[in-house]
Design a protein around this ligand. Structure first.
Ligand code: FAD
Length: 311
């Protein structure tokens, strides 16, 4: 990117947009695993600008074969409606909630999950836990990739304002900030503008993101400090007449993994190694095949197909 469009555009436009989605250093990120349409567009039209001009979203799907579902998705009745619906539709399935796997042991013909409840024996496993736990559970896998897959922690802070208590600075659904900007917040979504169904009339809800790759100490700060930081930074960008009537802070410590150069090759190598040393154990989820929920659903589907193909 730097060679093609120059540092100012990368630092002030591309880096804030991409690193808000993909954690990690933009200079180490894999274009192939994150935005393959950039590469495809450049190849096809001779340079990046022409490629981007031609590859409008609908063409990306049709021409480049990009996934038909958007990279990020949300649901009208909230994400819980997804898990509720899955639970309703599953047959011949036991769902065990609040069950933490503490270790995985090899046993005759399969594996034993040692949990905080009871042990679970299984011939095969699809593991969707964070990479740090894969290393702990399956130590025979010698993978630099897993060791380097340190997710970047994120905090979000939702601020509820009564109409009139805040003046949104522009018509839109939110903004991202540049590393060069003198703020801690990395992005802000105007929820009532982006998803009007989610906010009752007469309110503005702002969801603020905090914690940059390599600078995520703020995530461990107290709720009060996170809210104060968010309000201070927002105060420099818009007019806040009164404090929010409600605030909710969430922390995602196993947040977004870095997708570095050669990501897909390394995932392929890891899965091959896993198949050799732990036959019947498959890996799916945010660390491997894309970071949005649709990507993760596809990731699990693919692994189920693999498992079925193994007989
Ligand atoms: C701030 C933020 C905003 C996002 N917004 C969107 C969005 O708007 N739309 C979108 O599509 N995607 C979004 N994403 C990405 C989305 O969160 C991921 O795609 C998705 O959560 C990844 O699913 P996963 O199951 O792979 O991992 P996770 O959701 O991280 O699930 C891993 C699970 O493993 C469990 N676990 C951990 N340890 C153990 C253990 N020892 N035993 C048993 N279970 C364990 C955890 O409790 C957790 O439930 C966002 C991500 C972040 C960080």
């Amino acid at each position: 990117m730097r060679e093609r469009v120059g540092d100012p555009i990368v630092d002030r436009l591309i880096e804030p947009l991409l690193s808000g989605i993909y954690a990690g250093d933009i200079d180490k990120m894999s274009a192939l695993s994150t935005f393959p349409q950039f590469i495809e567009g450049e190849k096809r039209y001779g340079n990046l600008y022409e490629g981007m001009r031609h590859l409008r979203p609908e063409q990306r799907v049709a021409e480049v074969g990009a996934k038909k579902v958007g990279q990020f998705a949300s649901l009208k009745r909230g994400l819980k409606s997804l898990t509720d619906r899955i639970a309703e539709r599953l047959e011949r399935t036991e769902i065990i909630l609040n069950c933490s796997v503490e270790q995985v042991e090899e046993i005759d013909g399969g594996y034993r999950l040692l949990t905080n409840r009871s042990d679970i024996d299984s011939e095969r496993l699809i593991l969707t836990v964070p990479p740090r736990l894969i290393r702990q559970f399956l130590p025979k896998v010698d993978s630099d990739f897993l060791a380097e897959m340190k997710p970047h922690a994120t905090a979000t802070c939702s601020l509820v304002f009564k109409e009139g208590d805040i003046e949104l600075p522009f018509v839109g659904t939110g903004f991202v900030t540049s590393q060069e900007a003198d703020v801690v917040i990395t992005a802000c979504t105007f929820i009532d503008q982006k998803w009007p169904h989610a906010v009752p009339d007469g309110y503005h809800v702002l969801r603020v993101f905090l914690g940059r790759p390599g600078a995520d100490d703020i995530v461990e700060a107290s709720d009060e400090e996170i809210v104060a930081t968010a309000l201070r930074d927002l105060g420099g960008l818009m007019t806040i007449h009164r404090k929010p009537s409600q605030t909710v802070v969430s922390r995602l410590r196993d947040g977004l993994p870095p997708y570095a150069v050669f990501h897909s090759d390394r995932v392929r190598a890891l899965r091959a190694e896993m198949g050799r040393v732990y036959p019947g154990v498959l890996l799916a989820g945010i660390a491997y095949d894309g970071i949005g929920i649709p990507d993760c659903i596809n990731s699990v589907h693919e692994q189920i197909k693999q498992m079925a193909a193994q007989g």
